[in-house]
Structures are given as structure tokens and as C-alpha cells.
Design a protein around this ligand. Structure first.
Ligand code: GLU
Length: 304
């Protein structure tokens, strides 16, 4: 498969969509990012790497971080994790409060904000120095020891995190947040501020594409079955309330973030990460979705 040529063709084909959508602006620091960046990187499980555009430029991974925090929490808690968070698609916005209230503080899944805040609480109950321990895991899985948080993005988000604060309070009210609200919220927001490039992300997702290889990074290890199940949750819950559409158009497990990144895997074939900050109304990158749709169409490789 000539992936490089396919990526180049895709880049040309998506140009008509280059001005569609707009970057997230509810986090002030994200609104300042150049909206016209585009990068993509694909790693095959047999060691090939193909990239294009701003693939080595770091950006705010935002909710893509939720895949790493779920992996870390599942490694620490195993099945017990599912007593505190579900694994059903939500069909509502990522920061919605309604379902959480109706369902008595048990978030639908770990990829909506409520679920990821519970996961952050779980991690804090295990890690002594959570900020460092989490970063160690992300650095280990991406093979890049220079990856870090962007504390300016985190404090800009914290200053306006009214909805996430409401979610954390509701969780606390229902007894599903054990730590201190303020500390858990800060840790969740810090996780979202991690900056990585498409190449870092593609590399970090490779273990999810290659579930037959041992998953052992830092202090986190997962069984092959756990890795496949994380993929299942990515497939059903990874794209806000557009997971069905992503499944239909692209057909890969993946996760998006409001920084404009999407990381996805084609099991036993490749991992891929794409970045373009302009988002559609559901919060997913317009060019990113288009690029991945064309990728699976051209290669005729998806999970279906
Ligand atoms: N930090 C963002 C928030 O909590 C993440 C949102 C996202 O990327 O979906 O609102």
C-alpha cells in the first residue's frame, strides 16, 4: 500500500473544505491557534511511518487524553472501574449535565467530560504525584520524553471551566467523586492540556492498533483483551455525539479533541493522527474527519 501517495492525494482532495468550521473558542488559549494548520501522520504496525504537512507541530490534544487516562485507570483498577463509569455512547454533548443528573452521577462513558473527571479521580487515588505519573505514562507510550503539559492552556481553561465545575459538583453530590473537587478538576484540565504532534499521537496509538504485542508502558500494563475493549469504547463513544457518523464515514475506533486532533487505529494495520483546528458543530475537526473518511475509502481498510 502506497500510504504516502494516498496521504498526498487526500490532502489535495480535502482543500475545498479548508475554510469550513472554526476553532474551539470556549477555551481562550485555543482560540489563538492558527486555524489553517494541517498535519497527518500514519504508522503501520510493521514500522512504516508516513507524514505530511504540520505533522511534527505540537498542539493541544484535549479530549484525546481521555484514551490515555482510561488506559491508565483500567490498568490500575481493572473491571472495578466499571462500577463508577459506564461504557455506553451518550448521544449528548461531551459536557452535558442532563444525563448525569438523571443517571445519578454515573457517567455514560469515560470519554465524556463527566466520565473523564471520574477517571481523573480514580488516578489520583492511586498516584502519589499524579501530574508526574500521568505524564510519565504519556511519554512512555509515545516514546517521546519531551512531551509536556501546557500550563497556560490549562489555566485559561480553568478560569472558564464553569460546566466542568458543575459536573464535578454533581459527581460529588452523588458520591462518585472521592477526592477534593478543586484538585480533581485541576488534574483533569491539566491532562487535557498535554501537547503532542500528530507523529507523537500516531506513535502513542500504535499499541492500540497492535493489541497482540504486550502493552507495558511506565507502570501501566494491559491485557490484549483490555486493549481491544478500549478500542470498542473508542468506536462507540470517541466522537462526542457524532460517534455514529464517524463509524459510518470512517469506520475506525478513534478519539477526537477540541484542539482539532483526531487519533484512530485500524487494528493490526496502522495508527493515524490528523490535526486541523477548524471544528464542525459537534466539536470534531472538519478536515480531520474528511481526511480519515478518504483514507479508509482509498485503502479499503477499516474495521468493517
Ligand atoms: N478540556 C476540554 C473540556 O473539558 C476537553 C474537551 C474536548 O476536547 O472534548 O471541555
Amino acid at each position: 500500500m502506497d500510504y504516502q501517495r494516498i496521504l498526498e492525494d487526500i490532502y489535495r482532495e480535502i482543500q475545498p473544505f479548508a475554510r469550513e468550521g472554526k476553532p474551539a473558542d470556549y477555551i481562550p488559549a485555543l482560540a489563538r491557534v492558527d486555524a489553517d494548520r494541517f498535519g497527518i501522520c500514519l504508522d503501520t504496525i510493521d514500522g512504516g511511518q508516513y507524514l505530511l504537512g504540520d505533522a511534527s507541530e505540537r498542539f493541544s490534544i484535549q479530549s484525546i487524553t481521555k484514551v490515555f487516562s482510561l488506559a491508565a485507570a483500567l490498568g490500575l483498577e481493572g473491571e472495578a472501574l466499571w462500577s463508577r463509569v459506564g461504557r455506553e455512547p451518550s448521544g449528548t454533548a461531551f459536557n452535558s449535565l442532563i444525563q448525569l443528573e438523571v443517571e445519578h452521577g454515573i457517567p455514560r462513558n469515560p470519554f465524556i467530560n463527566a466520565g473523564a473527571i471520574v477517571v481523573a479521580d480514580v488516578l489520583m487515588s492511586h498516584y502519589e504525584r499524579c501530574d508526574e505519573a500521568y505524564l510519565d505514562f504519556v511519554r512512555a507510550i509515545s516514546g517521546n520524553p519531551t512531551i509536556g503539559y501546557n500550563r497556560e492552556v490549562a489555566s485559561s481553561e480553568r478560569a472558564t471551566a464553569y460546566l466542568n465545575a458543575a459536573i464535578a459538583n454533581l459527581l460529588k453530590y452523588h458520591g462518585n467523586l472521592h477526592g477534593d473537587i478543586e484538585r480533581v478538576l485541576n488534574f483533569y484540565i491539566l491532562q487535557c492540556s498535554v501537547e503532542m504532534s500528530c507523529c507523537d499521537l500516531s506513535r502513542a496509538f500504535k499499541p492500540f492498533a497492535d493489541h497482540r504485542s504486550p502493552f507495558r508502558y511506565g507502570s501501566t500494563s494491559l491485557t490484549s483483551s483490555q486493549v481491544k475493549r478500549i478500542n470498542a469504547i473508542m468506536q462507540t463513544c470517541g466522537f462526542y455525539d457524532e460517534a455514529g457518523e464517524f463509524s459510518y464515514l470512517v469506520g475506525l475506533p478513534g478519539k477526537s479533541g477540541v484542539g482539532g486532533g483526531i487519533a484512530a487505529v485500524c487494528p493490526l494495520k496502522y495508527s493515524v493522527a490528523v490535526w486541523s483546528p477548524r471544528l464542525n458543530g459537534k466539536g470534531n475537526s472538519v478536515m480531520g474527519m474528511k481526511a480519515l473518511e478518504l483514507l479508509t475509502t482509498r485503502t479499503e481498510e477499516s474495521i468493517f
